[in-house]
Design a protein around this ligand. Sequence first.
Ligand code: FPP
Length: 266
Amino acid sequence: MLRFLPQKNKYIVEESEFSFSKELPIPKHIAIIMDGNGRWAQNRRLPRVAGHKEGMETVKKITKHASKLGVKVLTLYAFSTENWKRPNEEVNFLMQLPVDFFDTFVPELKKENVRVEVMGYKEFLPKHTQEAVERAMEETKNNTGLILNFALNYGSRAEIITAIQSLYTQLQANQGNINEITEDTFADYLMTGFLPTDLRDPELVIRTSGEERISNFLLWQIAYSELFFTRAFWPDFDEQALENAIASYQNRDRRFGAVKNEEESV
Ligand code: FPP
């Protein structure tokens, strides 16, 4: 399948080897590194923030489509602990985006039975951003469909250190033994710990914009995730692109370190 993507005022062809199938497994948890907003805008001679605004529209589109496909958790990397290094004007714009997003989109999220969650160091967000996310979480908390999980002021190394600190405090208080720490108990202390255990780790991680790195995103949780990189900038990522990524996932051979079946062992 061929897709045409606008890039630097010309179209590039992105080839997808696989066809999406509703009959094959759909990942329960998809995590996305939404990259390329700035370049999308610069290619149009627009300010970078215009790319973020358009990126917000893509969030709406992809949330609705993921929900329709039966995805259970969609984790979106919206602002990293490193993004504070950007110019003030851009940071301020990014902190206003969740306010605009939730103000305009929560009624539709409610209709779609979507529950909003936000993971990250929320206490360091500006007050108006904190209030908007708390409101959206509160208003959707009883919804039972897709969990739309924003990573906002999130960084995975910091998350792991915070988890170790909490575990250590807990162990000391209970005079517990170090051997009580297992992979499962540790995962309870990570920011994805609020999710049911079978939904914490994404089966599929997508990064847009042609960059092929993880950028401090869900380092523990992606141990066995399938990774999908596309050249599409986030504002150009659409329903078809999501299905292409899932189609690629559906054709992966996931072995989790084992062999596929007995005959294949030597
Ligand atoms: C990376 O692109 C994108 C971000 C740092 C921000 C992502 C935010 C959104 C898509 C909007 C989120 C919406 C809500 C509701 C929170 P970049 O700016 O690094 O792009 P570049 O690599 O081309 O410069």
